[in-house]
Design a binder for this molecule. Structure first.
Ligand code: GDP
Length: 481
């Protein structure tokens, strides 16, 4: 496999590999050709003797001490440690690696790291160990990126998709697509070179079928990517409704504290308030809006403007209505705006609030707010005063965004923007191939765009193509034979 970068790293790097905070243990990782030498210089056995770590059995860990030279013939002990030795290529980075497990104090870890650097290692850059794992050919680029995502994941969905990506879910799917494309490129090349053995009769029709299939698969990846983004980054959620229906109460209920001011005077929530909460296993970035209504009040006007903005960029709208008061023109106006957003794919849940009070609104009337749309959002009857019905909200969110299904099916999610762009570009190239077929162009035209699709998908894995392509063509088709 040809890699995108062809230089080989030769220096030895080191860093604190565990969290930069006080903890039970801390690990200082040293990776590179000098790892064993540096480790041996600082490590002493339980009997305070020197040892050559490179002679240890690879994959072992030993108890001992880290020492510092403090005179011509004297050493002082810095910490009791466990030191492990992994020999290239069987390590995280594929290089010789020594890991010093110390006690987890910040000062202590930094002190030992300093000794390691003084002994000849260079401070590692962020992500450099993983970069070396990629350069060493142990993981592809998508997997290297998954490591980064895994570390920075903030919810279960993000963790799961990154872990799946690390296991190869994305890489495998991309490889499958590339293999299909490569087969076609190889076939065309072979047929052009060796027309006696490979016939192109009826080939364009066959290629068209393959292109349609590829396009469908890429479309599926792209549409799930959007769902993946929402679940990974959180759902932008707007709370809307006319004044006094319980919007601030909803925000407070979800946030579990008195975050927004709840009052009985209409229009007191003048600005938007934001909060991030976990509902149904996903993050909701909530924005409570000031009620979308025409107003003369200056401050409130700003609020109305922001409300509309929150609505515009929302993935989910929580529309609150007050069941203790009759529906008003304002409810209808908000519903109309929501219908428009729903047509663009925004999801909505309708909270019929204050069910603890005498009801003035029939379910039928609520539904009729959405009679102009082909679908009424799911209704949740609740009371933010008593909490009644609120436990259902998580279920509704999870159903709307298929979070349960995601947990069950092992779907592949492209959560990385770079990957999404690459798939989009590959899809465009496949569309160009289709166009060339329709226009009756010659076969070498197909190759150019197929090649581009293949190349651009390869960037997801971090592969350059040329050598790789030549090799594949020869191995698959035994040309010249
Ligand atoms: P907002 O203007 O839409 O943000 O509405 P608020 O959250 O400020 O609520 C307006 C008033 O309705 C407050 O007095 C709340 O205590 C009250 N309220 C909110 N939810 C309920 C409910 O479920 N039942 C009852 N009885 N009162 C509620």
């Amino acid at each position: 496999m040809a890699l995108m970068y062809d230089h080989v790293e030769t220096d030895t790097i080191a860093a604190i590999a565990t969290a930069m905070s006080e903890a039970g243990i801390g690990i200082i990782r040293i990776s590179g050709p000098d790892a064993a030498r540096i480790g041996s210089r600082l490590y002493r056995t339980p009997k305070k003797e020197k040892t050559d770590i490179s002679k240890w059995r690879p994959g072992t860990i030993r108890f001992g001490y880290i020492v510092e030279n403090d005179g011509p013939n004297s050493e002082s002990m810095i910490d009791e440690v466990m030191v492990s030795w992994m020999k290239s290529p069987h390590s995280y980075t594929t290089e010789d690696t020594v890991e010093i497990n110390t006690h987890g104090g910040m000062f202590l870890m930094n002190r030992i790291l300093e000794l390691v650097l003084r002994a000849g290692a260079r401070m590692a850059e962020p992500g450099e160990f993983t970069k070396r794992a990629f350069l060493g050919g142990r993981i592809d680029l998508a997997k290297a990126e998954a490591v980064m995502d895994l570390i920075s994941s903030t919810n279960e969905f993000a963790r799961k998709t990154s872990a799946a990506q690390l296991e190869g879910s994305v890489s495998d799917r991309i490889r499958e697509l590339r293999e299909k494309i490569l087969y076609e490129i190889a076939f065309i090349e072979s047929a052009l070179d060796d027309p006696e053995n490979y016939s192109l009769d009826g080939y364009p029709e066959k290629l068209m079928d393959t292109c349609l299939l590829l396009e469908k698969e890429m479309d599926a990846l792209l549409s799930r990517a959007e769902e993946g983004r929402i679940l990974k980054e959180g759902i932008r959620t707007a709370i809307v409704g006319r004044p006094n229906v319980g919007k601030s109460s909803l925000l407070n209920h979800l946030a579990g504290e008195e975050r927004a001011i709840v009052t009985e005077i209409e229009g007191t929530t003048r600005d938007t308030l934001s909060e991030t909460v976990r509902v149904g296993g996903v993050l909701l970035h909530l924005t409570d809006t000031a009620g979308i209504r025409q107003t003369q009040d200056k401050v409130e006007q700003i609020g109305v403007h922001r409300a509309q903005k929150a609505l515009d960029s929302a993935d989910l709208i929580l529309f609150v209505i007050d069941s203790s008061r009759e529906l008003s023109a304002e409810d209808a106006e908000i519903a109309d705006r929501i219908i428009k957003k729903m047509e663009e794919g925004t999801k909505c849940i309708l909270l019929v609030n204050k069910v603890d009070l005498l009801s003035e609104v029939q379910e039928k009337e609520v539904r009729s707010l959405f009679s102009f749309s082909d679908r009424c959002p799911p209704l949740l009857f609740c009371s933010l005063q008593t909490g009644e019905g609120m436990e259902e909200l998580g279920k509704y969110v999870s159903e709307l965004f298929h979070t349960g299904e995601i947990a069950e099916n092992n779907e592949v999610f492209l959560s990385n923007l770079r990957h999404k762009d690459a798939v989009r570009e590959a899809r465009n190239s496949i569309c160009l191939v289709k166009k060339s077929i329709e226009d009756g162009m010659s076969e070498d035209f197909f190759s150019i765009d197929l090649m581009n699709a293949y190349r651009v998908l390869g960037t997801i894995l971090g592969e350059a193509v040329e050598d790789d392509l030549v090799e594949e063509i020869f191995s698959k088709f035994c040309m010249g034979k």
